[in-house]
Design a protein around this ligand. Structure first.
Ligand code: NZQ
Ligand code: ZN
Length: 395
């Protein structure tokens, strides 16, 4: 059955080598006059991108205020600080310069500035729902999280290490400036982890309890094949513009809900991974690679046909004796691909050690919110299922 849908993807994508030159006009169009430039740990400084953005905006009479220091798996403490900075400086637009972590930190600040009734974390605790934001845009420097077009904002609480996402159309970027050249400097591990995340955003919708939307399938399968073709090329040739461009566009399409039309998010692997990156600070995409095969084998038994389709259409597996055999060959082939691009396919490969039963219990408790929620769509997973999947990946 195909799921009804309401598809809304309002972000203006400005893509290509000269895209940054348009930044002042884009900010002006959104009414920005005092702009917070938000960035990460230094790559935007080293590359000169931050200075370039500052100059382009200042040259058009737009005031800029800077706040760097966003870490991967962005933290609530900097969000709170950013809210104060915005209020003190009457910021009316936020420009995120970086990847998913910077964009999510910017989104959270944007939620928090107009919210004076409480603390911004209320939104992640479900105590309040965002009603307004400061408008924001981004200059994307890594294809991975898809936050540039998504409605999602994932933040980690510094003290409790609760890592959670909330969704609202209010936080969608008004524009996303994407120049593939900016991704030439990515370290191989970040390139590969980003590619994995892009694949997973696509697969987390491909494996859903709905079926039959073959157009959406074809789009998803093309995105997946493109990522698998382009990633090895850019790992060998970091400055290959064409393949960097393919990856960058795939990253946006993978998470702007296009591949969800007719289907439903599963995102169980994502939920399980968020506990790993919250507890151990690992790179999100690498955490996904470490868990996916274990999740896939766990849910496979009632979904042979769908996994067999994935094996044939995406992994190029010749149909085997039956759907189960084809499906398993497809799962193995994707794990081989992850390994070939330098991604872990187990928790030990991810962390350098296995996790303890106690750590699994902590992750399961957080993931199931004390056994009050299930995760997943193709299969609903509770604490016992989560435990089994972590254990299966724990080698
Ligand atoms: O901090 P800097 O110095 O900029 O370095 C970053 C960071 O260390 C570096 N980097 C980025 N662009 C670069 C570069 N290094 C060299 N050259 C460049 N051009 O890459 C590292 C990773 O950056 P980060 O922003 O953390 O990566 P990513 O885009 O993968 O974002 C990960 C975060 O997004 C969340 C993840 O959970 C994680 O917190 N997600 C957000 C989603 C969303 N909002 O829709 C969905 C995702 O599923 C995901 O959960
Ligand atoms: Zn992701």
């Amino acid at each position: 059955m195909i799921k009804d849908f309401n598809y809304y993807t309002p972000t203006r994508v400005v893509f290509g080598k000269n895209s940054k030159e348009q930044v002042a006009a884009l900010v002006r169009r959104e009414g920005g006059t005092r702009v917070l430039l938000h960035y990460g740990g230094g790559s935007a400084v080293r590359s000169g991108l931050l200075a370039k953005m500052r100059d382009l905006l200042n040259a058009e009479g737009i005031t800029t205020i800077e706040l760097g220091g966003v870490v991967p798996n962005p933290l609530l403490s900097l969000v709170r600080h950013g809210i104060e900075v915005c209020r003190d400086n009457q910021v009316d637009f936020i420009l995120a310069i970086g990847g998913g972590s910077v964009i999510d930190s910017a989104k959270a600040i944007a939620y928090g500035v107009p919210y004076t009734a409480g603390d911004v974390w209320d939104f992640w605790e479900g105590k309040a729902v965002p009603a307004a934001t400061v408008p924001l845009g981004c200059v994307l420097t890594i294809p991975a999280a898809g936050s540039e077009m998504s409605s999602s904002c994932v933040i980690t609480h510094d003290d409790t290490l609760v890592k959670r996402g909330i969704n609202s159309d209010l936080c969608r970027c008004r524009f996303a400036i994407m120049n593939p050249e900016r991704t030439f400097t990515l370290p191989p591990y970040q390139t590969a982890a980003g590619a994995t995340d892009i694949m997973m955003h696509t697969m987390e919708r491909y494996f859903s309890r709905y079926e039959g939307m073959t157009l959406t399938d074809a789009i998803a399968e093309a995105i997946l094949r493109t990522v698998m073709e382009s990633t090895p090329v850019v790992l060998a040739q970091p400055d290959n513009y064409v393949h960097r461009a393919q990856l960058m566009w795939a990253g946006s399409l993978s998470h702007n809900d296009l591949t969800e039309c007719g289907y439903e998010k599963d995102f169980a692997t994502h939920r399980l991974e968020h506990e790993l990156s919250a507890l151990f600070g690992v790179t999100h995409g690498a955490g996904l690679a470490a868990l996916w095969g274990s999740w896939a084998r766990y849910v496979l038994p009632r979904h042979d046909k769908r996994f067999a389709q994935f094996a044939v259409k995406v992994m190029g597996i010749a149909p085997q004796g039956d759907d189960r055999a084809t499906a398993l060959a497809g799962i193995e082939a994707l794990e081989r691909f992850f390994a070939a691009i330098g991604m872990p396919t187990s928790i030990k490969q991810l962390l350098g050690r296995t996790v303890t039963e106690g750590e699994i219990a902590v992750m399961v408790d957080k993931c199931s919110r004390g056994d009050t929620i299930t995760i997943g769509s193709i299969e609903k997973l509770g604490p016992d299922d989560m435990t089994a999947i972590y254990r299966a990946a724990n080698h």
